[in-house]
Write a protein that binds this ligand. Structure first.
Ligand code: NDP
Length: 332
Protein backbone atom coordinates (compact mmCIF):
# COMPACT_ATOMS: atom_id res chain seq x y z
CA UNK A 1 0.00 0.00 0.00
CA UNK A 2 1.10 3.61 -0.59
CA UNK A 3 2.49 6.06 1.96
CA UNK A 4 -0.16 8.16 3.65
CA UNK A 5 -0.75 11.72 2.43
CA UNK A 6 -0.40 14.32 5.18
CA UNK A 7 -3.32 16.78 5.27
CA UNK A 8 -3.15 19.86 7.48
CA UNK A 9 -6.52 21.27 8.54
CA UNK A 10 -6.56 24.70 10.17
CA UNK A 11 -9.47 25.73 12.37
CA UNK A 12 -10.02 22.01 12.79
CA UNK A 13 -12.20 22.41 15.87
CA UNK A 14 -14.44 24.99 14.22
CA UNK A 15 -17.73 24.13 12.59
CA UNK A 16 -16.54 23.65 9.01
CA UNK A 17 -13.36 21.94 10.17
CA UNK A 18 -15.33 19.49 12.27
CA UNK A 19 -17.61 18.69 9.34
CA UNK A 20 -14.65 18.24 7.00
CA UNK A 21 -12.28 15.95 8.86
CA UNK A 22 -14.59 12.96 9.22
CA UNK A 23 -15.40 12.87 5.53
CA UNK A 24 -11.72 13.35 4.68
CA UNK A 25 -10.96 10.35 6.90
CA UNK A 26 -13.66 8.37 5.10
CA UNK A 27 -11.96 8.93 1.73
CA UNK A 28 -13.99 11.82 0.35
CA UNK A 29 -10.97 14.14 0.03
CA UNK A 30 -8.35 12.11 -1.81
CA UNK A 31 -10.47 9.27 -3.07
CA UNK A 32 -10.99 5.68 -2.02
CA UNK A 33 -7.87 3.72 -1.26
CA UNK A 34 -5.63 6.72 -0.48
CA UNK A 35 -4.39 6.55 3.13
CA UNK A 36 -3.95 9.83 4.98
CA UNK A 37 -2.65 11.43 8.17
CA UNK A 38 -4.43 14.44 9.59
CA UNK A 39 -2.66 17.38 11.19
CA UNK A 40 -5.23 19.43 13.09
CA UNK A 41 -4.12 23.01 13.71
CA UNK A 42 -6.00 25.18 16.16
CA UNK A 43 -5.49 28.29 18.24
CA UNK A 44 -4.17 27.51 21.73
CA UNK A 45 -7.59 28.19 23.26
CA UNK A 46 -9.27 25.69 20.91
CA UNK A 47 -6.55 23.06 21.06
CA UNK A 48 -8.39 20.99 23.65
CA UNK A 49 -11.48 20.86 21.44
CA UNK A 50 -9.30 19.70 18.54
CA UNK A 51 -7.92 16.98 20.78
CA UNK A 52 -11.50 15.89 21.38
CA UNK A 53 -12.08 15.78 17.64
CA UNK A 54 -8.96 13.62 17.32
CA UNK A 55 -10.43 11.18 19.87
CA UNK A 56 -13.63 10.98 17.85
CA UNK A 57 -11.65 10.40 14.67
CA UNK A 58 -9.97 7.50 16.44
CA UNK A 59 -13.41 6.17 17.36
CA UNK A 60 -14.38 6.22 13.69
CA UNK A 61 -11.83 3.43 13.11
CA UNK A 62 -11.42 4.73 9.56
CA UNK A 63 -9.37 2.19 7.63
CA UNK A 64 -7.66 4.94 5.58
CA UNK A 65 -6.75 7.13 8.54
CA UNK A 66 -3.21 6.33 9.64
CA UNK A 67 -2.86 8.97 12.31
CA UNK A 68 -4.09 12.25 13.76
CA UNK A 69 -1.91 14.87 15.42
CA UNK A 70 -3.03 18.10 17.04
CA UNK A 71 -1.00 21.33 16.92
CA UNK A 72 -1.20 24.94 17.99
CA UNK A 73 2.00 25.81 16.15
CA UNK A 74 1.77 26.35 12.38
CA UNK A 75 5.36 25.38 11.58
CA UNK A 76 4.90 21.97 13.18
CA UNK A 77 1.44 21.44 11.68
CA UNK A 78 2.56 22.11 8.09
CA UNK A 79 5.61 19.85 8.35
CA UNK A 80 5.42 17.26 5.58
CA UNK A 81 1.91 18.28 4.46
CA UNK A 82 0.85 17.72 0.86
CA UNK A 83 -2.64 19.18 1.25
CA UNK A 84 -3.78 22.19 3.27
CA UNK A 85 -7.40 22.88 4.13
CA UNK A 86 -7.07 26.43 5.45
CA UNK A 87 -10.41 26.87 7.17
CA UNK A 88 -9.65 28.84 10.31
CA UNK A 89 -9.83 32.61 10.00
CA UNK A 90 -10.61 35.63 12.11
CA UNK A 91 -14.30 36.44 11.68
CA UNK A 92 -15.49 40.02 11.47
CA UNK A 93 -16.75 41.01 14.89
CA UNK A 94 -19.10 43.87 15.69
CA UNK A 95 -17.58 47.27 15.09
CA UNK A 96 -14.48 45.81 13.45
CA UNK A 97 -13.09 47.91 10.59
CA UNK A 98 -12.15 46.26 7.32
CA UNK A 99 -8.51 47.16 7.90
CA UNK A 100 -8.57 45.35 11.26
CA UNK A 101 -10.10 42.29 9.61
CA UNK A 102 -7.49 42.25 6.84
CA UNK A 103 -4.74 42.78 9.37
CA UNK A 104 -5.86 39.97 11.68
CA UNK A 105 -6.13 37.55 8.78
CA UNK A 106 -2.89 38.68 7.19
CA UNK A 107 -1.25 37.70 10.47
CA UNK A 108 -2.73 34.21 10.29
CA UNK A 109 -2.14 33.57 6.58
CA UNK A 110 1.37 35.01 6.37
CA UNK A 111 2.47 32.67 9.17
CA UNK A 112 0.83 29.71 7.44
CA UNK A 113 2.33 30.62 4.05
CA UNK A 114 5.76 30.76 5.67
CA UNK A 115 5.13 27.43 7.42
CA UNK A 116 4.12 25.83 4.11
CA UNK A 117 7.19 27.31 2.45
CA UNK A 118 9.58 25.98 5.06
CA UNK A 119 8.13 22.64 6.00
CA UNK A 120 5.46 21.34 3.65
CA UNK A 121 6.03 18.58 1.10
CA UNK A 122 7.18 19.52 -2.42
CA UNK A 123 3.72 18.80 -3.82
CA UNK A 124 1.94 20.97 -1.22
CA UNK A 125 -1.35 22.50 -2.37
CA UNK A 126 -3.91 24.45 -0.38
CA UNK A 127 -7.46 25.65 -0.54
CA UNK A 128 -8.36 28.65 1.60
CA UNK A 129 -11.88 28.58 3.04
CA UNK A 130 -11.48 31.23 5.76
CA UNK A 131 -12.64 34.68 4.66
CA UNK A 132 -11.69 36.92 2.95
CA UNK A 133 -10.62 33.71 1.20
CA UNK A 134 -9.21 35.07 -2.08
CA UNK A 135 -7.05 37.68 -0.41
CA UNK A 136 -6.00 35.28 2.35
CA UNK A 137 -4.77 32.88 -0.36
CA UNK A 138 -2.91 35.76 -2.02
CA UNK A 139 -1.23 36.63 1.29
CA UNK A 140 -0.25 33.01 2.01
CA UNK A 141 1.26 32.63 -1.47
CA UNK A 142 3.20 35.87 -1.05
CA UNK A 143 4.87 34.45 2.04
CA UNK A 144 5.75 31.16 0.34
CA UNK A 145 8.24 32.17 -2.37
CA UNK A 146 9.43 28.59 -2.88
CA UNK A 147 5.93 27.18 -3.42
CA UNK A 148 4.52 27.70 -6.93
CA UNK A 149 1.83 30.40 -6.61
CA UNK A 150 -0.80 28.29 -8.29
CA UNK A 151 -0.75 25.89 -5.34
CA UNK A 152 -2.63 28.47 -3.24
CA UNK A 153 -6.29 28.59 -4.21
CA UNK A 154 -9.53 29.76 -2.62
CA UNK A 155 -12.93 28.14 -2.39
CA UNK A 156 -15.73 29.19 -4.74
CA UNK A 157 -17.00 25.67 -5.20
CA UNK A 158 -19.89 26.22 -2.78
CA UNK A 159 -21.00 29.19 -4.91
CA UNK A 160 -20.65 26.94 -7.95
CA UNK A 161 -22.80 24.24 -6.37
CA UNK A 162 -25.40 26.81 -5.34
CA UNK A 163 -25.59 28.09 -8.92
CA UNK A 164 -25.94 24.57 -10.34
CA UNK A 165 -28.69 23.72 -7.87
CA UNK A 166 -30.61 26.96 -8.52
CA UNK A 167 -30.46 26.46 -12.29
CA UNK A 168 -31.65 22.87 -11.92
CA UNK A 169 -34.53 23.96 -9.68
CA UNK A 170 -35.58 26.78 -12.01
CA UNK A 171 -35.68 24.54 -15.08
CA UNK A 172 -37.07 21.47 -13.33
CA UNK A 173 -34.00 19.51 -14.38
CA UNK A 174 -31.86 17.14 -12.40
CA UNK A 175 -28.64 18.56 -10.99
CA UNK A 176 -26.75 15.92 -12.96
CA UNK A 177 -28.12 17.37 -16.22
CA UNK A 178 -26.65 20.83 -15.54
CA UNK A 179 -23.18 21.67 -16.88
CA UNK A 180 -21.04 24.67 -17.79
CA UNK A 181 -21.92 26.95 -14.87
CA UNK A 182 -19.07 29.28 -13.85
CA UNK A 183 -18.28 31.51 -10.87
CA UNK A 184 -16.04 34.50 -11.59
CA UNK A 185 -14.28 36.92 -9.26
CA UNK A 186 -14.28 37.22 -5.49
CA UNK A 187 -15.96 34.89 -2.99
CA UNK A 188 -18.14 37.76 -1.81
CA UNK A 189 -21.41 39.44 -2.70
CA UNK A 190 -19.79 40.79 -5.89
CA UNK A 191 -19.13 37.33 -7.33
CA UNK A 192 -20.52 36.65 -10.80
CA UNK A 193 -22.37 33.34 -11.22
CA UNK A 194 -22.41 32.97 -15.01
CA UNK A 195 -25.05 30.96 -16.86
CA UNK A 196 -24.18 32.15 -20.36
CA UNK A 197 -22.20 28.97 -21.15
CA UNK A 198 -24.33 26.63 -19.08
CA UNK A 199 -26.36 23.78 -20.49
CA UNK A 200 -29.36 21.88 -19.17
CA UNK A 201 -29.70 18.39 -20.59
CA UNK A 202 -27.32 19.45 -23.36
CA UNK A 203 -29.36 22.52 -24.37
CA UNK A 204 -28.24 26.10 -23.75
CA UNK A 205 -29.46 27.21 -20.31
CA UNK A 206 -31.06 30.44 -21.64
CA UNK A 207 -33.24 28.27 -23.91
CA UNK A 208 -34.28 25.96 -21.07
CA UNK A 209 -35.02 28.99 -18.87
CA UNK A 210 -37.02 30.73 -21.60
CA UNK A 211 -39.30 27.70 -21.70
CA UNK A 212 -40.17 28.47 -18.08
CA UNK A 213 -40.72 32.12 -18.89
CA UNK A 214 -37.40 33.14 -17.32
CA UNK A 215 -35.14 35.57 -19.16
CA UNK A 216 -32.25 37.96 -18.60
CA UNK A 217 -34.24 39.82 -15.91
CA UNK A 218 -34.59 36.65 -13.88
CA UNK A 219 -30.86 36.01 -14.16
CA UNK A 220 -29.91 39.55 -13.10
CA UNK A 221 -32.57 40.14 -10.47
CA UNK A 222 -33.28 36.73 -8.98
CA UNK A 223 -30.66 34.14 -9.85
CA UNK A 224 -27.46 36.13 -9.26
CA UNK A 225 -28.54 37.71 -5.93
CA UNK A 226 -29.93 34.37 -4.78
CA UNK A 227 -26.58 32.66 -5.28
CA UNK A 228 -24.47 35.58 -4.05
CA UNK A 229 -26.59 36.04 -0.91
CA UNK A 230 -27.32 32.40 -0.20
CA UNK A 231 -25.00 32.48 2.81
CA UNK A 232 -27.20 35.11 4.45
CA UNK A 233 -30.32 33.11 3.60
CA UNK A 234 -28.85 30.03 5.28
CA UNK A 235 -28.01 32.07 8.38
CA UNK A 236 -31.54 33.41 8.51
CA UNK A 237 -33.28 30.07 8.04
CA UNK A 238 -30.89 27.77 9.85
CA UNK A 239 -29.86 30.14 12.61
CA UNK A 240 -26.19 29.66 11.79
CA UNK A 241 -23.86 29.87 8.80
CA UNK A 242 -23.51 27.10 6.25
CA UNK A 243 -21.27 24.35 7.50
CA UNK A 244 -21.76 20.92 5.91
CA UNK A 245 -22.28 22.40 2.44
CA UNK A 246 -19.07 24.41 2.80
CA UNK A 247 -17.20 21.32 4.00
CA UNK A 248 -18.58 19.33 1.06
CA UNK A 249 -17.44 22.02 -1.38
CA UNK A 250 -13.92 22.10 0.09
CA UNK A 251 -13.65 18.32 -0.27
CA UNK A 252 -14.88 18.48 -3.89
CA UNK A 253 -12.43 21.31 -4.66
CA UNK A 254 -9.39 19.30 -3.54
CA UNK A 255 -10.62 15.98 -4.93
CA UNK A 256 -11.16 17.40 -8.43
CA UNK A 257 -7.88 19.34 -8.29
CA UNK A 258 -5.93 16.19 -7.42
CA UNK A 259 -7.89 13.59 -9.38
CA UNK A 260 -9.06 15.73 -12.31
CA UNK A 261 -12.36 17.12 -13.56
CA UNK A 262 -14.50 14.82 -15.70
CA UNK A 263 -13.74 14.92 -19.44
CA UNK A 264 -15.56 17.72 -21.21
CA UNK A 265 -16.64 19.41 -18.00
CA UNK A 266 -15.29 22.18 -15.79
CA UNK A 267 -15.68 23.45 -12.25
CA UNK A 268 -14.99 26.79 -10.52
CA UNK A 269 -11.95 27.58 -8.40
CA UNK A 270 -10.29 30.81 -7.31
CA UNK A 271 -6.75 30.54 -8.68
CA UNK A 272 -3.95 33.04 -9.32
CA UNK A 273 -4.88 34.69 -12.59
CA UNK A 274 -2.75 33.91 -15.62
CA UNK A 275 -3.90 37.25 -17.01
CA UNK A 276 -6.75 35.86 -19.05
CA UNK A 277 -10.14 37.55 -19.31
CA UNK A 278 -8.55 40.84 -18.23
CA UNK A 279 -7.96 39.71 -14.64
CA UNK A 280 -4.61 41.12 -13.46
CA UNK A 281 -1.98 38.41 -13.30
CA UNK A 282 -1.48 36.87 -9.87
CA UNK A 283 -4.76 38.06 -8.38
CA UNK A 284 -6.58 35.08 -6.82
CA UNK A 285 -9.88 35.19 -8.66
CA UNK A 286 -12.51 32.60 -9.46
CA UNK A 287 -12.61 31.15 -12.99
CA UNK A 288 -14.04 28.14 -14.74
CA UNK A 289 -11.18 25.63 -14.62
CA UNK A 290 -10.35 22.12 -15.73
CA UNK A 291 -8.02 19.98 -13.66
CA UNK A 292 -5.62 17.37 -14.96
CA UNK A 293 -2.49 15.76 -13.52
CA UNK A 294 -2.83 17.88 -10.41
CA UNK A 295 -2.94 21.23 -12.23
CA UNK A 296 -5.90 23.58 -12.62
CA UNK A 297 -6.13 25.44 -15.94
CA UNK A 298 -8.43 28.38 -16.65
CA UNK A 299 -10.83 27.43 -19.44
CA UNK A 300 -9.58 29.45 -22.41
CA UNK A 301 -11.43 31.31 -25.12
CA UNK A 302 -14.90 31.72 -23.64
CA UNK A 303 -16.86 34.51 -25.20
CA UNK A 304 -18.12 37.04 -22.66
CA UNK A 305 -21.01 39.35 -23.40
CA UNK A 306 -21.12 42.94 -22.12
CA UNK A 307 -23.10 42.02 -19.01
CA UNK A 308 -20.62 39.29 -18.06
CA UNK A 309 -17.63 41.54 -18.66
CA UNK A 310 -19.08 44.29 -16.47
CA UNK A 311 -19.90 41.88 -13.65
CA UNK A 312 -16.46 40.30 -13.71
CA UNK A 313 -14.79 43.72 -13.80
CA UNK A 314 -16.74 44.80 -10.74
CA UNK A 315 -15.76 41.77 -8.67
CA UNK A 316 -12.14 41.94 -9.82
CA UNK A 317 -12.05 45.63 -8.85
CA UNK A 318 -12.98 44.56 -5.32
CA UNK A 319 -10.11 42.08 -5.29
CA UNK A 320 -7.72 44.77 -6.47
CA UNK A 321 -8.97 47.01 -3.65
CA UNK A 322 -8.40 44.28 -1.06
CA UNK A 323 -4.89 43.75 -2.37
CA UNK A 324 -4.18 47.48 -2.27
CA UNK A 325 -5.48 47.70 1.30
CA UNK A 326 -3.29 44.81 2.39
CA UNK A 327 -0.26 46.39 0.66
CA UNK A 328 -0.92 49.76 2.24
CA UNK A 329 -1.08 48.15 5.65
CA UNK A 330 2.36 46.71 4.91
CA UNK A 331 1.05 43.17 5.19
CA UNK A 332 2.55 41.69 2.02
P1 NDP B 1 -16.51 28.19 10.63
O1 NDP B 1 -15.86 26.86 10.67
O2 NDP B 1 -17.98 28.26 10.54
O3 NDP B 1 -15.91 29.07 9.43
C1 NDP B 1 -14.52 29.09 9.17
C2 NDP B 1 -14.22 30.08 8.09
O4 NDP B 1 -14.82 29.67 6.87
C3 NDP B 1 -14.76 31.49 8.35
O5 NDP B 1 -13.71 32.42 8.03
C4 NDP B 1 -15.90 31.61 7.39
O6 NDP B 1 -16.07 32.94 6.94
C5 NDP B 1 -15.37 30.80 6.27
N1 NDP B 1 -16.30 30.48 5.18
C6 NDP B 1 -15.97 30.55 3.87
N2 NDP B 1 -16.96 30.23 3.09
C7 NDP B 1 -17.99 29.98 3.89
C8 NDP B 1 -19.32 29.63 3.63
N3 NDP B 1 -19.78 29.51 2.40
N4 NDP B 1 -20.14 29.44 4.68
C9 NDP B 1 -19.68 29.58 5.92
N5 NDP B 1 -18.41 29.91 6.23
C10 NDP B 1 -17.58 30.13 5.22
O7 NDP B 1 -16.02 29.07 11.86
P2 NDP B 1 -15.78 28.67 13.38
O8 NDP B 1 -15.69 29.96 14.11
O9 NDP B 1 -16.71 27.60 13.82
O10 NDP B 1 -14.36 28.00 13.35
C11 NDP B 1 -13.20 28.68 13.08
C12 NDP B 1 -12.10 27.97 13.84
O11 NDP B 1 -10.86 28.43 13.37
C13 NDP B 1 -12.13 28.23 15.36
O12 NDP B 1 -12.09 26.98 16.01
C14 NDP B 1 -10.84 29.02 15.60
O13 NDP B 1 -10.24 28.69 16.83
C15 NDP B 1 -10.00 28.54 14.45
N6 NDP B 1 -8.90 29.38 14.02
C16 NDP B 1 -7.74 28.74 13.79
C17 NDP B 1 -6.63 29.41 13.36
C18 NDP B 1 -5.39 28.64 13.14
O14 NDP B 1 -5.46 27.42 13.01
N7 NDP B 1 -4.25 29.29 13.10
C19 NDP B 1 -6.67 30.84 13.11
C20 NDP B 1 -7.96 31.44 13.32
C21 NDP B 1 -9.04 30.71 13.75
P3 NDP B 1 -17.13 33.93 7.62
O15 NDP B 1 -16.61 34.24 8.99
O16 NDP B 1 -17.09 35.11 6.70
O17 NDP B 1 -18.43 33.20 7.63
Amino acid sequence: SSRPVTVVVTGAAGQIGYATVFRAAAGDLLGPGVPLRLHLLELPQARRAAEGTALELQDGAFPLLEGVDVFDDAAAAFEGASVGLLIGARPRSKGMERADLLEANAGIFSVQGRAANDGAADDFRAVVVGNPANTNAYIAASHAPDVPRERFTALTRLDHHRAVAQLAAATGARVADVDGVAIWGNHSATQYPDLTHATVGGRPAPEALAEKGLGADWVAETFIPRVAKRGAEIIEVRGGSSVASAAHAALCHVRDWVRGTPDGSWTSMAVPSDGSYGVPEGLVSSFPVTCRDGAATVVPGLELDGFSRARIERSVAELVEERTAVRELGLL
